[in-house]
Write a protein that binds this ligand. Structure first.
Ligand code: PLP
Length: 410
């Protein structure tokens, strides 16, 4: 019998253009490296990961156990069970005054899958997607995978007015989406009502541009800020806005892999169609757990957000006296984005010149045993990202080590 599969081992030439266009996740790679060093017995304070260090609430775990006992262990409806989509509809109404019917809601394996399916469902080769930088590392890679062109618009100088003007300048007939994430990973920047209003006005005059709004850090906001989302501010944009959220960050459920999106029925159907031919459905047990999280008591969410704020305040105090690492003051999420550009070009104690933020992160990892992420994959060279989803004890220890390491840089 003849076989058309020749050549045996899959070399790079056998891989698709789509997969060759993207890079592996810089976050996963750095976390992996920290874990490997730990496994070798090194004492590493790992501040790379973007997941709350709290446990999933007990009532959520109980709901999952009850679901398993009740036999909810089979495939579910492709885009999520009706019960969960109804709970998500209640959440959208309760927190965002948004009226999505269950048919306008998609559930997938994390907000990441909602973003991915939406881009793959809509982006044609050469389409442009505007991304505000610095941004989460996955956005430009997903756009590239879908065949599109990420158009990075830097926050830069000139405040929000400057950013708005730069976004407008980048809108072309090929612009498909504007991606918005507030509060944002990695800088914790938050778009307030007036800023979102201005973005909404811009979108209203460009009806071919849709908005992909990632609200995953909605509940982690500091100093009494009140969250708002685009479709809530401008109902005329609701049909062309995809409002994405999930249980990962809000309820410390990163491993359960449940995210969701509300949007136009046609887009939601297309996202589910992709799911039907790939993962079939999100995990049944996780869906039951997510339902319990969304419908259950919400005080824990506020309590945990207050803990993140205390840690942020502690870090801002510490970094005020660490030479060469200037922190932003995040308004939400759980990351400190540190401007380390002063340290680039300087010399480490072994006599090496620090050529890049990546090399600086490696230096801190090897010399101080502190794992941070470098800014370049987030679109911000010269920066490092520190996740404060870690205990105060670990954060203080990291500051002590970084202070000492910075003192030694010439
Ligand atoms: N969106 C942003 C901005 C994130 O930072 C992350 C995770 O780090 C996600 C989405 C992914 O969330 P999920 O765990 O729901 O896939």
């Amino acid at each position: 019998m003849s076989s058309r599969i020749e050549g045996g081992v899959a070399g790079p030439d056998r891989l698709s253009a789509a997969v060759r266009r993207i890079r592996p996740s810089a976050v996963n790679m750095a976390s992996q490296r920290a874990r490997e060093l730990k496994a070798q017995g090194r004492n590493i304070v790992d501040l790379t990961t973007g997941e709350p260090d709290f446990a999933t609430p007990a009532h959520v775990c109980e709901a999952a156990i009850a679901a398993m006992r009740a036999g909810q262990t089979r495939y579910t409806t492709v885009g999520g069970t009706l019960e969960l989509r109804q709970a998500i509809a209640r959440k959208f109404m309760r927190d965002n005054s948004l009226d999505y019917s269950p048919a306008e809601i998609f559930v997938g394996a994390g907000a990441k899958q909602a973003l991915f399916n939406a881009l793959v469902a809509t982006v044609e080769s050469g389409d442009e997607v505007i991304v505000l930088a610095p941004c989460w590392v996955a956005y430009p890679e997903m756009v590239l995978f879908a065949g599109g062109k990420p158009i990075m618009v830097a926050q830069g100088t000139g405040g929000f007015g400057g950013l708005l003007a730069r976004v407008e300048k980048e809108i072309t007939p090929r612009t498909k989406w504007l991606m918005i994430n507030s509060p944002t990973n990695p800088s914790g920047a938050f778009l307030n009502r007036e800023e979102l209003r201005a973005l909404a006005d811009l979108l209203l005059v460009h009806p071919h541009v849709w908005a992909m709004v990632d609200d995953i850090y909605e509940q982690i906001l500091f100093d009494g800020r009140k969250f708002v989302t685009l479709a809530e501010i401008e109902p005329r944009l609701k049909e062309r806005t995809l409002t994405i959220n999930g249980v990962s960050k809000t309820y410390s459920m990163t491993g359960w892999r449940i995210g969701y999106a509300g949007g136009s029925q046609a887009l939601i159907r297309a996202m589910a169609k992709i799911q039907s031919q790939s993962t079939s459905a999100p995990c049944s047990v996780s869906q039951a757990a997510a339902l319990a999280a969304l419908d259950g008591p919400q005080d824990i969410v506020r309590e945990r957000s207050a803990v993140f704020q205390r840690r942020r305040d502690l870090l801002l105090k510490e970094f005020a006296s660490i030479r060469g690492m200037r922190p932003n003051a995040p308004q939400g999420a759980f990351y400190l984005f540190l401007d380390c550009s002063e340290l680039i070009g300087r010399t480490t104690p072994p006599g090496e010149t620090i050529a890049s933020d990546e090399q600086l992160a490696t230096d801190f990892l090897m010399r101080a045993g502190v794992a941070l992420l470098h800014g370049t994959p987030f679109g911000a060279p010269g920066y490092l990202r520190l996740s404060f989803a870690a205990s105060e004890e670990n954060l203080l220890e990291a500051c002590r080590r970084l202070r000492a390491a910075c003192e030694e840089i010439q």
